[in-house]
Design a protein around this ligand. Sequence first.
Ligand SMILES: *[C@@H]1O[C@H](CO)[C@@H](O)[C@H](O)[C@H]1NC(C)=O
Ligand SMILES: *[C@@H]1O[C@H](CO)[C@@H](O)[C@H](O)[C@H]1NC(C)=O
Ligand SMILES: *[C@@H]1O[C@H](CO)[C@@H](O)[C@H](O)[C@H]1NC(C)=O
Length: 418
Amino acid sequence: MARATIAILLLGCCTCAVWSVNDRLREVFSWRQLDFVFPDQKTRQAAIASGEYVQANNLPLGLEVWRDKLFITVPRWKAGVASTLNYVSLGSDSDRNRSPPLVPYPNYATNRLPANNQQAAGRIVNTFRMAVDACNRLWLVDMNAANGTEYGDPKLMVFDLNTDRKVRQYTIGASLRRSDGSTWFPGLTVDVDANQCDRAHAYLPDIGWGMVVYRWRDDVAWRVEHPYFFFDPMATVFNMGGVRTEWQDGVFGVALSRRRANGRRTLYFHALASTRMFGVDTSVLQSNGTAAATYDEYRHLGYRPSGMQAATMAMDPVTGTLFYALVNQDAIGCWNPDRWDGRHSTNTSAVVARDPVALNFPSDVKVDANSNLWVLSDRMPRFRFRVAEFDVTDVNYRVLSAPVVRMIKGTVCDNNDS
Ligand SMILES: *[C@@H]1O[C@H](CO)[C@@H](O)[C@H](O)[C@H]1NC(C)=O
Ligand SMILES: *[C@@H]1O[C@H](CO)[C@@H](O)[C@H](O)[C@H]1NC(C)=O
Ligand SMILES: *[C@@H]1O[C@H](CO)[C@@H](O)[C@H](O)[C@H]1NC(C)=O
């Protein structure tokens, strides 16, 4: 009896601050299955015949928005991924194809999986998430491995979006990774101002409990480690859309604060298997100091209740709101570190959208240059771990969007609500 009362109280507490996805987020694109724009019909037929393209094995994971382009990554978890880096045109709302085929970026040839053990020098083999910076550049990490085959070291790649040319490629050598093979880069964020494009730094969280910092000007990188990059042993069990998994993923979500009056920024970060939020001044990451020297510069900012593990994060620089994907909740959360003395808790954060169907595994969140929130959801746990329950005739993949001000209106994240 007591237990039932608690359950009702908890449920009531959760639902009162939650809006259905339809109230705030608008569906921009949806797909039952992905398809691609091949160079021509012959190439497409040949790719199907050879197994190079197996439609059901293509799952969208990461998204990013730049002007009229919405970028979408397709990881090479299974065989038959036609292209790992792609985009669709946003166009105008009225004449938009709601389920468009993906266009390989910068082209199809760059995205083709190399033949057996062939070096993949210029190819993009397997990428997960991307970041567009203030200087119209697209940054990504290519893990350079697919289905157990390593084509080379992981590499950081940067494209100039105005020319569609690759402008930088940096090999992430063994000294920047963990020697036990647990390194995996789920995404990255880029720290740069539009008037100083050569002074960029990229922060690459490694779920193998570290952070790689890359400095554009000198084309160098180093690895930073700290206990706050580790997973929380009490938060390793996930239940996502009926699929239970155990993950020990360390630091995963990263997002940068606005630049403060003193010119400095905070990198907010959290592990995937954790409900805690942390922050560190970017000058600490940029200094390449030893762990011992910088130990106390890393700050613990608070935590959410158990079950509220989050994956990717995104910051809206206009309102200062941070959004994160609550993978266990089919939901999107928000927190405004400029409010409530920067403390992160149940009271200072909110769930701004929840939907067991449309937000089943929110795999990426981004905020575009016009202060719109974007979310990609894809039922990834079913696709990977319960493929028999993955219905290819159902709508499985969605891109949703809403203005940030509408997402946070009336919540603890809204600066105008005090
Ligand atoms: C992965 O590689 C193995 C061994 O080369 C092969 O038998 C298998 O079909 C491949 N699976 C996928 C999903 O690519
Ligand atoms: C970063 O620090 C490590 C350890 O002190 C050193 O080996 C490495 O060369 C440094 N990297 C850069 C780019 O300064
Ligand atoms: C949340 O607010 C309530 C009511 O003001 C307070 O009792 C509780 O201690 C707060 N919890 C946290 C984690 O700050």
